[in-house]
Write a protein that binds this ligand. Structure first.
Ligand SMILES: *Cc1c(COP(=O)(O)O)cnc(C)c1O
Length: 225
């Protein structure tokens, strides 16, 4: 039988996640009352995918929430989250990274970021191909960025029932991550996060080396779009 309160589901998930795998509670489209329930059960890390919704919720939730941005981020909206965002998972172009640098400098803080990898088969998903990500990291211009800290990579697998396909995509992300770490971040231990795994595929993602799972539906139920 499925357990019915957010606190129950949170505690089940915590049991299930190995040490070293962090839970991002993906709260997009859910009302702050539900976030507050998770907060009261000890959850502090929340992921949102739309700037306006994130800003509104941040104003209503306690100040020690760690807000993660996980959706496609338009450059003209970076300014609104720069003062407080704890991690941007979804950096999908060098231009976006440059704008994050600019806004982080204006806000006077460092913004941790992950590069989003496009490993799925759907064309509409965003991100660097694995080759483009490695090339970008090797070229090294990002080393000039003073207010952005690259913390690792993020990916979304194809939306499919084919577990082998999902596993292959996570393995590709993992290999890309390891290669980037060895070649470009040997002197930067902060590059250590591999954000992958959602409600339907997080067990596979964990087997393939995820350090951060982004879980919405399993925690908060279905979304009302
Ligand atoms: C919505 C979303 C999730 C969470 O999806 P669930 O299937 O509800 O767990 C995770 N990652 C990203 C990037 C999302 O947009």
């Amino acid at each position: 039988m499925s357990r019915n309160t957010i606190a129950d589901r949170l505690s089940d998930l915590r049991q299930e996640l190995p040490t070293g795998v962090r839970l991002v509670a993906v709260s997009k489209f859910h009302p702050v009352e539900m976030l507050q329930e998770a907060y009261d059960a000890g959850q502090r890390v929340f992921g949102e995918s739309r700037v306006q919704e994130l800003v509104q919720k941040a104003a209503q939730m306690p100040k020690d929430v760690e807000w993660h941005f996980i959706g496609h981020l338009q450059r003209n909206k970076v300014r609104q989250i720069a003062p407080f965002i704890a991690l941007i998972h979804s950096v999908d172009s060098p231009e976006l990274l440059a704008e994050i640098e600019r806004q982080a400098a204006l806000a006077g803080r460092t913004i941790p970021c992950l590069l989003e990898l496009h490993v799925a088969q759907e064309a509409e998903k965003f991100g660097f191909t694995p080759d483009a990500a490695l090339q970008f990291l090797r070229e090294g211009e990002w080393r000039q960025l003073a207010y952005v800290q690259l913390r690792g990579l993020m990916c979304m697998a194809t939306f499919t029932d084919d577990t082998d396909e999902i596993r292959r995509e996570f393995q590709l992300a993992r290999r890309t991550f390891e290669q980037a770490k060895t070649e470009c971040f040997a002197d930067a231990p902060a590059f250590r996060e591999l954000s992958m795994g959602m409600t339907d595929d997080y067990p596979v993602a964990i087997e393939e080396g995820s350090t951060m799972v982004r879980i919405g539906t399993k925690l908060f139920g279905p979304r009302n779009y």
